[in-house]
Design a protein around this ligand. Structure first.
Ligand code: MN
Length: 239
């Protein structure tokens, strides 16, 4: 039996289905789920008021259609969201998976990885903080429309597994974040392994691997440029 959808609902499918281009291929990567790890760089954990030495990794999700694709060499308009007065950037390395599984040992975890991309975990910081203070879910601060900008995907064959290298972010040409991927508390293999204990992973899943310290606000008109060694820059203009 084939199940399809009524014609009047077809536009909803087009809106919600995110496909990210893969460098060197005419195929795209269909995003199934967006996982994000929280507080994965010690200095960022401290600036968020957490103790980075004792905390196990934790994860949250964004909806698939939060993906905003940003082609290399372009600057894409990124809408300033509603309801916030403190809209923050978080530069992050994004991991894409083309295999899945449950309870994946750390030693096998990188075999699930398809590729890597530059990403931004955009955050309505005031709403996120208020949610935490009120013991409410984080969705309104993290899981809103366009909250997951991403650049083109480079495959493992093209870039290997970047375990070190500069991750940095500029606003209007001024360096704001400047760290190294080797400062992650939980590396990519450990993230995949831990995540697979909580959720069965599938091809199409992506993981935003956390941001270093010095997150901060942007306003309309700001140019945000994200750099990760070995990958093309990701540029957005807040509008
Ligand atoms: Mn983040």
């Amino acid at each position: 039996m084939t199940v399809t959808w009524p014609d009047n609902l077809a536009p909803a499918f087009k809106v919600s289905y995110a496909v990210v281009p893969i460098v060197g291929s005419d195929k795209g990567f269909p995003v199934r789920r967006i996982y994000c790890i929280g507080r994965n760089y010690a200095a960022h954990a401290r600036e968020m008021g957490a103790d980075p030495t004792r905390e196990p990794p934790f994860f949250f999700q964004k909806p698939t259609d939060a993906i905003q694709y940003v082609a290399a060499g372009t600057t894409v308009d990124h809408p300033y969201p509603t309801l916030t007065k403190n809209y923050h950037y978080e530069a992050e390395l994004v991991v894409t998976l083309d295999k899945g599984g449950k309870n994946i040992p750390v030693e096998q975890a990188l075999s699930l990885v398809h590729g890597y991309a530059v990403g931004l975990d955009m955050t309505r910081r005031d709403l996120q903080r208020a949610s935490g203070a009120e013991k409410k879910p984080w969705e309104i601060g993290k899981a809103f429309d366009h909250s997951a900008p991403i650049g083109p995907i480079h495959t493992v064959a093209q870039v290997g597994h970047p375990a070190s290298g500069v991750i940095s972010l500029k606003v209007n040409g001024e360096i704001k974040q400047n760290a190294n991927l080797d400062q992650m508390i939980w590396n990519v293999a450990e993230q995949i392994s831990r995540l697979s204990e909580a959720f069965e992973l599938f091809p199409g899943d992506v993981i935003y691997s956390g941001t270093p310290e010095n997150v901060g606000p942007v306003v309309q008109g700001d140019l945000v440029e994200v750099h990760i060694d070995g990958l093309p820059e990701l540029n957005i203009r807040i509008v």
